[in-house]
Every structure is written in structure tokens, then in C-alpha cells.
Design a protein around this ligand. Sequence first.
Ligand code: FUL
Length: 689
Amino acid sequence: MNSKLFLLGLSIFFFVSCQSSQTDPINPVLPIPDERQLAWQEMEFYAFAHFNMNTFTNMEWGMGDEDPALFNPTDFDPKQWAKVCKEAGMKGIIITAKHHDGFCLWPTATTEHSVKNAVWKDGKGDIVKEVAEAFRAEGLKFGVYLSPWDRNNPDYGTPEYIEVFRAQLRELLTNYGEIFEVWFDGANGGSGYYGGANEERRVDKKNYYDWPGTIEIIRELQPQAVIFGDAGPDVRWVGNEHGFAYPTTWSNLMRDSIYGGMPEYSKKYSSGQENGTHWVPAEADVSIRPGWYYHPYEDHKVKSLPELLDIYYNSIGRNSSLLLNFPVDRRGQIHENDVKQLKKLVAKVKEDFSQKIPLKSSNLSASSENGQYSVENLLNSEMMTFWSPKAGELPASVTINFDEARTFNRFLVQENISLGQRVKSFELEILNENKEWKSIAKETTIGYKRILRLPDTKAMAVKFTIHNAKESPVISHLAFFDAPKLLLPPEISRDKNGTVELNVIEGGLEVYYSLDGQDPIKSGKVYSEAFSVMQPTKLKAVTKDPISGKFSEMIEVDLQLAKKNWKVIGGGENAGNLIDEDPSSNYVSDQNLATIDLGEKQEVAGFTYFPMQNRYMSGLIKTYVFYTSMDGKSWQKAGEGEFGNIANSPIEQRVEFDPKEARFIKLKVKSTTDGQPASFAELGVLLTQ
Ligand code: FUL
């Protein structure tokens, strides 16, 4: 036992023996967090900012040969970042001081590849300084991402580069005040510019960086900073970039078996190990958009509220912290679409925890209590006050008798992790109104915080049982909440045959709709099953929570002619994807052509083109000519034009023209945004109304 642990054990024993003679001492179960890890764990939710050369070159990974002059934010406003984060309850930020392309956001002495040679502020600016100051002014913490891989540096791959890397680290850790986290990415080595060599450089990821030596520098300069990497040493990667921890997430890790960037990390190690030798808790990193960096074409792809809620509950609710990334835009600001979605998330999380089931000590009883570690300690969220059963008594349970039947759908529980993560399995049972006990959840780990999202559950009482734990469990807090339903308009889907479905994410909600332009609430039509719409129709719909009587916003969609009788002429194998009403399936035409038989004569007054939605798109249509025909042989030009901003905003394009009688349509692509063969997610027609 190290001396800190010994003192902790001693002080718990001392405290205990002064308070009550019946309290048995509780020894920590190793490993336990150190002070900096505990302080970090309490932050829970903080921001990541990917803002660097890639922002201006529209890249995710730059090669390292970019001209420093390109770095030129037009309206850099770190105060806006700090305000956005502060209002969202985030506790700090980590900025990409240097990404894999090697461009440094501060005027480092180690390379010319930095803001020193940018147009921005005539090379006199310092992004790191301004962001650090803006965040500190709001009382928020500041951290740095320094990519070990450097595709610009000529010495990358040799021992000389390690000195450069360390000098950069020293600058960042010396000149910018207190740093709460130093973030090292696992991506290391590969092709790059490397000072003009333009070659592939592989490194021995395990030994090249001499991590122990680098860690020493951080400990010396910023002893309170946690260090992030696959192998920690203080905080570990969660193993995916969706922001999801695991139902079983241990903060214990077999740290010595891991090195940064090891291929088997995600599968084998990322959820932690029950018998992990070191305390290395998980951090879930995820971007609010598909990319880490800003791309104008992702302005409409900011994560939806349900997606963000899943991230929240699957990270913070699963014993992990949440590091949410903002791809800061070319102005140097967090884009308004990102701010809007962040605000929705924060408001909904607040709402979810606003209706807490009131509990007092008389509501609680335990199978046993170890002296003053009594069950009433569960009522407050202080980590150091906790309930613990008598030593060796497992299973151990707490019964929560509500004063009256209560409905809840969230359960929150926390361990006092300063004594180690202990619980291996727990269960929730409810006493229903017929006085029968029923199991509603069987789970494994708890850790710093575990939140269960449950269906609406009505109960007179709840029993929380710990079946298995390493030693006596030490539970610091539990609570129940009745989260209001997520009231979003229904999702509308329609297949090729014209069958429409209206789907809501949560159970227990009603959907009202209309097909005649009327207000759907007034129309009184409640959705019960899929229905068919063949002709152009305006569909309006809202979701209602029958309990609160509240309605969602209304969704309004112009359904076009159903594609049931359509056929693609020519085009080969995947041509069906063009008219399958599935925006995720694509058709690519080497002839830059799409010809369709509509099955019968129509009054065609325009067309719609839905471009490919892939993360990396190609062949988006730029210029086109649209033709109609009655017999599929003689064609008349109906329209010609350009989709102006499609590369940046690949949303549905709608073109109207004077109505033409037609049974056949043809879209001839004159050019695509990148010169690649034309791609289509979907093609549709507009009819005269
Ligand atoms: C990844 C990097 O390669 C991405 O570019 C990004 O920085 C992300 C946070 O980590 O591994």
C-alpha cells in the first residue's frame, strides 16, 4: 500500500472509531483514483474543439504540406466558445493545439509551421493563449491536444523529433496557466510530407515516444493535469468515436498491457477490466457532427436531439465522462447549428432530472448497515458520505418505500469511488400495486455514476440489491426521476409503394396527422397503422403526450407521386436505388445519366434530386439538363441549370418548370462537383397541383 492509501485507510478508521464503536473500518479496494483523477471525474461534461489547419483546407487529416498562410479565421471569437460552453454547464475545453498535420496554434519556437506564419493577425496571433484566457475568464478549465504524430516535421520517426515534441509540450505546459488535461491521440505514423520527403514513416508505437519520459515532464510542470491516452496513464479512450461507454464499464485497467494506438485496444481493453491493475477511467469523445473538423457540407448534419441524448446517457450514465467536440468554423466560432443542438440537449437533460421523486430517511431501509454508514447517507450526493452494509453481507439491499405509488423512468446510483470501484452486479425490483415484487433491471457495474433509462414504472416500493461486489459496497447516492417524454414530431417514412409510416421514438405517445392541409390537432386523426399515399399530398403531423396533454412541434411534408410503377431504364445493377425511397442507398451512373419510365402519363412540373449522404461524398451533380418524353424516344428539354451550393449543402434540390405531359423523364448530368461519375440517392418528380 502506498503512503497516501495508508493514510486514507487510517483516517477512515479513525473517523469511524470516534463516531461509533459498531462501525467496522472499510479499506479501499485497489486501485483507487488519485486526487487529480477525482477532480477530473467530477467535471463530467466538457468540450473538445477541433480548430486548426484542417478547418481551412476542408480536411480531417492534413498531410503536413499545407501553406501556413491558409490559417486565417475571419472572426475568431473564443469568448463566444466560452460562453456557449459555460451556458451548457460544460466545465472546460480541450483544444487541438497541434493535430497530425503539425500546424501549431501557438507561436512555438520549435517550427515555422505555426500561426507565426499565418495571415491571421499578421503572424502575431496566439490561438492557444486567447482560448485559455477566454475560458479562464468564465471560470472554466483548459486542456491541450498535442498530436504525437507530426506529418510536417522532417525529423518525425527519428529520436530528434521526440525532443521537438517534448519542447512543444513544455511550451504549452509553461506558458498558458493551469492545464487540466493533456490529450494524446493513438493515431501514429504513416504517410506524410515530413519536410518534403513525402513518404511513409512507421514508428514503433510502443517504444518510439518513450512515454515514461514524456509523462515525467507533465508531472513536473502540471502535476494536477490528467493525461489521456489509450493506456492512460490517468484517463483512457472509450474505444469508439460515438461517445458510448458500455453497460459494464470498469475504471480499472490492465494498463501495463496497453500502448497507444494498439490495434486490439477497442475490442479487448476499452471497457476496462474488473481486475485491472490501475485506475484509468473512461472518457467518451464524440463530435457533434460527423467530422471532427468543420466542413460546410455538414452544416445540416449536426446530431439530432435523440442522438445527443443517447450519447449523454451512454457516457455520463455509464461511468464515463463526456468530451463533446465542436468543429469550430472558418470564422473561428462554434457554428449556430451546433449551438442550437447543444442547447436542446442541455434543456432536455435538465428536464429529465427536474422531477425527482422526493425521498426522506423514513422512506429507506437496508438489509444491514455498517455503523454510521447508514442508509440515510444515500439521500445526498456527497461522495464521501455513503451507505455500506455489514462486512461480508451480500447480497445487500436497500428498500425504498414511497409514501404513495410513484411513477419513475430514470434511476441514478453512485459509488464512493475514492474507495475503489466495487459493485459487480445489481438489480432493481419493484413492488407493484398488486403487492407483487417484480424485477425490472439486472445490471453489472456502477462506478462514479450509473443512470438507467427505464420504461415508465409505477411502484409502491423499489428494492435495490447488490448481488456481487469486490468487498462491501459503498454507495454514496441513489435517486429516481420521472422524466417527461421526449416530444418530437414523428419521423415520416414512405416506401416505393407509397406506404407511409409515422414513427415516434418513445412509447406511450400519440400521433395526430392530416392529409388535407388542416391543422392535424383539429383534424383529430390519430395514427394507428401505416397508410397509403399515391398522389402528391401535404402531410402534417404532431406528437402528443396524453399524460401532460402537450404537443410537439408540427412536421409538414410534401409527399410527391409514389414511385410504385416506376422503372429505371438501363443503368445496370444498382439502378433501383435511384427510386427506392431509401436515402442511404446510392446509384452511381458512369454515363452521368438517369432515365425513368413513370408507368403512365403525368403532368410533370419539376423534379427533385436528393444527393448522396455518405460521410465522404462523390459525384454530386453540379450542372444538368432535364428532359421529358411521351414515348421514351423523342425527348424535349424541360429545364437546365446548376445546383449552386450542393458541395457545401447536400440537401434535397428542387427544380420547377412549366408543366409537360410526360411518361418518361431523363436527367443528363453535365458536370459533377468533383468530376467523378454522377451519384444519386433519390430522384423524384413534381406534378402540377
Ligand atoms: C482521432 C484523430 O485521428 C481524429 O482526427 C480526431 O482528432 C480524434 C479526436 O481522434 O483518432
